[in-house]
Design a protein around this ligand. Structure first.
Ligand code: AMP
Length: 398
């Protein structure tokens, strides 16, 4: 997959609109709790600054509904502040997205100045991929850069309709977008083997297509988290009150047979941490999967499973991890996920982390610097794993 590269554009002194993904998590006090997505956009912004560009930054933030604007919840003003402290320069903040006053501000920019548009979803045209909205955005700039990997699975105006207003010499992917896509195609589509995928999280349904696609590519598939119970039930185990999707048992069986047929080694938990209720204060037991009491539920993988999964990872050269091994948000059920993070961090393999929860586990486990690549896009990276072409990639393909 080759993308148009920002490096091939003649950007000197030009007006450039960069679609970023500044959709960062906020804590209950309204502070940005993780600014990785903002920091990941800096190489592209700095490159444009170095080329004396007049820079317009655009992003969505949260899910404001048209007509339900809540300044405190939805405005990009906190992002402007964080950009100001990261770049140590003035950031002009627009009051809206494509109002006449904002377009005038964009046109009045001097070289080396940055204007941040207000939340793209402030305008209903963003989510409907409206071409008139895209046209007004396009009127602000001579060049379009997509650096918003995390939003590239959405057919929204700033991702899809907007780049159609620029020819191939006037649009490209930014550095973050290129890095995300290159990592995916190099490491997942053409991996150094053995290639191990570790998949967890709550439900099979959210990752079914990704599992089906991965079974054809990996040497080993490790399944943990809530989704493992549907697979265990498919194999005939009693799983008590654990999370299960009965309607997907046949699909789980198909994945098991497909793995067997292709010589892919499939690893499921052999023991679990069970509790009588979904609660931090519940009594817990560590039991083999053969012994889950009918009224109890499995909320993490057990110690024997941790050792088994570590053995399975031992000879890997490429590891892809998406989805926690248990309810890692509660201390009592976080060990399986933290151990998995440590094992992956210690390995000498190329390690790729996808999904917001998994990145959160790796961060909490203190392993963030040990991983080769942590994707900034949960939904987008999952859709790539499902084998889909993302609208944002399609729009800036070479
Ligand atoms: P997902 O969004 O599908 O990747 O799932 C992430 C969520 O799965 C996390 O919030 C975990 O708490 C949850 N999870 C992991 N293991 C289990 C389990 N055994 N039972 C219930 N929820 C789980």
């Amino acid at each position: 997959m080759k993308l148009l590269s920002i490096k091939d554009l003649d950007l000197d002194g030009q007006r450039v609109l960069i679609r970023c993904d500044f959709n960062v998590p906020m804590d209950e006090f309204g502070n940005i709790s993780d600014d990785r997505r903002i920091r990941s956009a800096l190489p592209t912004i700095r490159y444009c600054l170095d080329h004396d560009c007049k820079i317009i930054l655009a992003s969505h933030f949260g899910r404001p509904k048209p007509g339900e604007w809540n300044e405190e919840r939805d405005s990009l003003k906190p992002i402007a502040k964080r950009l100001h402290s990261l770049l140590k320069m003035d950031i002009k903040m627009a009051d809206n997205v494509v109002g006449d006053d904002t377009i005038a501000l964009a046109k009045a920019l001097e070289s080396g100045e940055i204007l941040l548009l207000e939340n793209l979803r402030y305008n209903p045209g963003e989510t409907t991929n409206d071409d008139m909205f895209a046209e007004r955005l396009a009127s602000m700039a001579d060049f379009y850069i997509n650096d918003a990997f995390g939003a590239s699975h959405r057919k929204h105006a700033s991702i899809f309709a907007l780049p159609a207003h620029f020819d191939k010499a006037h649009k490209a992917a930014g550095f973050l977008m290129q890095k995300e896509v290159n990592f995916f195609y190099k490491s997942v589509m053409n991996p150094v083997r053995p290639f191990v995928a570790v998949v967890g999280g709550s439900k099979v349904s959210g990752k079914l297509q990704a599992l089906v696609n991965l079974v054809d590519k990996v040497d080993k598939l490790i399944i943990g988290g809530g989704m493992a119970f549907t697979f265990l039930k498919a194999q005939g185990y009693e799983i008590g009150k654990s999370l299960v999707e009965d309607h997907l048992i046949e699909d789980a069986k198909k994945i098991i047979y497909r793995a067997m047929g292709r010589g892919v080694k499939l690893y499921l938990p052999v023991d679990v941490v069970v509790a009588p209720e979904f609660s931090e204060t519940a009594t817990v037991k560590y039991l083999p999967i053969q012994e889950i009491p009918s009224e109890w539920m499995g909320l993490d993988v057990g110690p024997a499973t941790n050792r088994l999964f570590r053995e399975a990872l031992n000879d890997s050269q490429t590891i892809l991890w998406n989805g926690p091994m248990g309810v890692y948000e509660m201390d009592k059920f976080s060990k399986g996920s933290f151990m998995m993070s440590h094992y992956i961090a210690e390995s000498h393999a190329t390690t790729i982390i996808g999904g917001g929860d998994t990145a959160d586990v790796v961060q909490r486990a203190g392993d963030i610097d040990e991983m080769t690549f942590i994707s900034t896009g949960g939904g987008a990276s999952l859709e790539l794993l499902e084998g889909k072409m993302l609208p944002g990639i399609e729009a800036v393909k070479a």
